[in-house]
Ligand binder design. Structure first.
Ligand code: ZN
Length: 254
């Protein structure tokens, strides 16, 4: 029984990684590229040599450390179809929206210890990425697509994992290659994407892609076709996440 529970917890934790390492690093690096000089300096004082891309995956690494078990539920938020964050039932242990807001407050708090700020930044970089993965804003019926079992290029997978890493891994770009491709100095788009820095709005936007995300076609034969239909959205969400993370950090260190 104990082995079964251990295996189950490994499977569950594998299923909620959020973007996988490549996606999170793309978000961190794009944010880094768009920091104001004030934010850059303040973050360097907190983090030393650790870049935002490097910090972005820490929240998945600590899943192996009991000390951080309470943070597992922060990776996502549940908002049923047709609902919104304010009205949705809240997980008393936290969710991605409230955790992002809480990390921003820690970073703004001049009396907070540096060690606390290092963690807050690592959480924040990761969570702004997660909340832009459309299935990290779950509808409350299928564990963010984890219960939608699919065959991905012939192997057992599920819809959540396809979005976390399946599509990214199938195209096989490195995070820095993707950043080179996605990032731009396109001021109009950047201003538009940064027009709201409220994570509840980002969650509402992620929900607006739900019908597209669930259009799987034959779940026994997913791969090229699904990637073709969703790659633009995936790139857009990674880019917006990076740009908005930069906007949030710039607003903290104005
Ligand atoms: Zn995550």
């Amino acid at each position: 029984m104990k082995l079964f529970i251990t295996l189950l917890s490994i499977i569950v934790s594998l299923n909620c990684f959020g973007w996988g390492q490549t996606g999170h690093r793309v978000v961190g690096q794009i944010a880094q590229n768009h920091l104001s000089s004030k934010a850059q300096k303040a973050i360097q004082e907190i983090m030393g040599r650790e870049s935002l891309a490097y910090a972005s995956t820490w929240m998945d690494e600590i899943k192996s450390d009991d000390h951080y078990d309470h943070t597992h539920v922060w990776h996502w938020v549940t908002i049923p179809d047709g609902g919104n964050y304010v009205e949705a039932d809240k997980n008393p242990d936290g969710d991605a929206v409230e955790a992002i807001n809480r990390m921003v407050e820690i970073l703004k708090d001049e009396s907070a210890e540096n060690e606390k700020k290092v963690e807050a930044l690592r959480f924040l970089v990761h969570l702004v990425g997660d909340i832009h993965q459309p299935l990290h804003v779950g509808n409350g019926t299928d564990k963010g697509g984890n219960d939608v079992k699919v065959k991905w290029f012939g192997s057992n997978s599920n819809l959540h994992r396809v979005w976390d890493s399946g599509m990214l891994d199938s195209r096989d770009w490195s995070y820095s290659e993707l950043v080179t491709q996605l990032d731009c100095s396109c001021e109009d788009s950047i201003l538009a994407y940064q027009s709201t820095l409220n994570p509840a709005d980002w969650a509402a936007e992620a929900m607006s892609y739900r019908s597209q995300v669930y259009e799987t076609g034959d779940v026994e034969r997913m791969g090229y076709q699904y990637t073709y239909q969703n790659w633009d959205l995936l790139e857009l969400q990674l880019f917006k996440a990076g740009i908005r993370l930069a906007g949030l950090l710039n607003s903290i260190y104005e």
